[in-house]
Write a protein that binds this ligand. Structure first.
Ligand code: NPG
Length: 369
């Protein structure tokens, strides 16, 4: 199959509620969308890069530039038999996995459609529903945090993840456990601590957390291994794992016991699959993270999370958690048991609301050969 042209767009979308992490507060999301033209048909994809270089060095602006300047010229007009062929053409560009993933995932969805399969089946998925949880940002007060958790549980979410940072950890988690001793609870630090905090972090062991996500900096695999030796709570890595090689090295070092796979962070579905397999062979469970995606990225995450070793609930909440109106139809909704249904139509499996996308667009450009 051949990609004839690619349209890049940035949308401006207001989040229903501001989202606060240890990086800062986010009120608006500027999703970077790609629309591949293949055989006269459109195939949409989403880049998960953030507005600033906090979670990763990649941003909406750098992804646009790398796509336009390097990645798209390498693939437009070339015959591509599979996603690996695309990866080979992208390989000379170092890093920039988020920019690469946007194209790889859209192209894979096109391959699925061509093969007349839903994306999940095309990837080798084994489920028709995926378990999901919520990610609750840092709140101003403990009461607000508890209210927020209560509301999420009432909606039917079964796993609660809370963001933590120094000054908002032991006290906040203690208050949660007092009110909700039994819920499935985990914490995400987004790299806010250092190994000097090991004794402090070890206090989290008493809260029976499902896992502690990314306590230390992304590059600190050795320090994560040292921290894991000092804590009972399983450490999960997110920012640290940008490739299958990272996953292999992290597991060899004992740096984590769980891996969060975000296809947008690791370059797409093919690399996600490799990480999934490495973890499965090591007996380590994985789950699918989220990056405040629109329904397009969400559909990709849902499809990936149907693979067998996605054994823990993902951050794949329903569309209405973030958006007044999602840009896809039908929107993702929360189903019984805190799950989201896997689309059954061929390809990406959801319809993009092109009129709405048009109204939300703040920047666009067509790239062709
Ligand atoms: O449900 O999509 C979601 C958000 C889940 O907390 C979430 N994502 O660190 O994993 C993270 C965090 C994040 C969001 C990171 C946006 C970067 C950008």
């Amino acid at each position: 199959m051949k990609i004839d042209a690619v349209e890049l767009r940035v949308l401006k979308m207001r989040l229903l509620k501001p989202f606060r992490t240890s990086f800062g507060v986010q009120q608006d999301r500027y999703p970077l969308l790609v629309r591949l033209e293949i055989d006269g048909r459109s195939q949409w994809g989403e880049c998960v890069a953030g507005e600033g270089p906090w979670y990763s060095y990649e941003t909406v602006e750098t992804a646009w530039q790398i796509l336009k300047g390097y990645l798209l010229p390498a693939v437009i007009g070339r015959d591509l038999v599979n996603a690996e062929a695309l990866e080979t053409l992208f390989a000379p560009v170092r890093g920039h996995h988020m920019a690469k993933a946007a194209i790889e995932m859209a192209f894979t969805a096109a391959l699925a459609e061509h093969a007349r399969k839903p994306l999940a089946k095309f990837l080798g998925g084994v489920r028709d529903r995926v378990e999901t949880g919520v990610s609750i940002g840092i709140q101003s007060t403990v009461d607000e945090l508890l209210d927020n958790i209560g509301a999420s549980l009432a909606q039917g979410y079964r796993r609660i993840k809370v963001k933590i940072e120094p000054g908002w950890d032991v006290m906040a988690l203690g208050a949660i456990r007092e009110q909700y001793p039994e819920i499935t609870l985990m914490a995400d630090a987004n790299a806010a601590y250092g190994l000097d905090d090991a004794d402090h972090l070890a206090q989290l062991d008493r809260f029976g957390l499902l896992m502690l996500e990314q306590p230390l900096a992304a590059g600190d695999l050795v320090d994560h291994a040292a921290l894991q030796r000092q804590m009972r709570t399983p450490i999960c890595l997110d920012e640290s794992i940008e490739s299958a090689r990272d996953a292999r090295q992290a597991l060899e070092l004992g740096a984590c016991q769980v891996i969060n796979i975000k296809p947008g962070r690791v370059g797409g579905f093919a690399e996600s699959r490799r990480i999934h397999d490495i973890a499965a062979n090591a007996g380590v469970p994985v789950w699918c993270g989220g990056m405040l995606e629109t329904g397009i990225g969400r559909a990709c995450n849902v499809a990936l999370a149907t693979l067998p070793n996605f054994r823990l609930p993902g951050d794949i909440s329903a569309s209405d958690r973030y958006w007044a109106e999602d840009i896809i139809e039908p929107p993702f909704t929360l189903q019984r048991g805190g799950t989201v249904s896997v689309p059954t139509r061929w390809g990406l499996g959801v319809r993009v609301k092109v009129d709405l996308v048009e109204r939300l667009t703040v920047r666009r450009e067509m790239i062709s050969a």
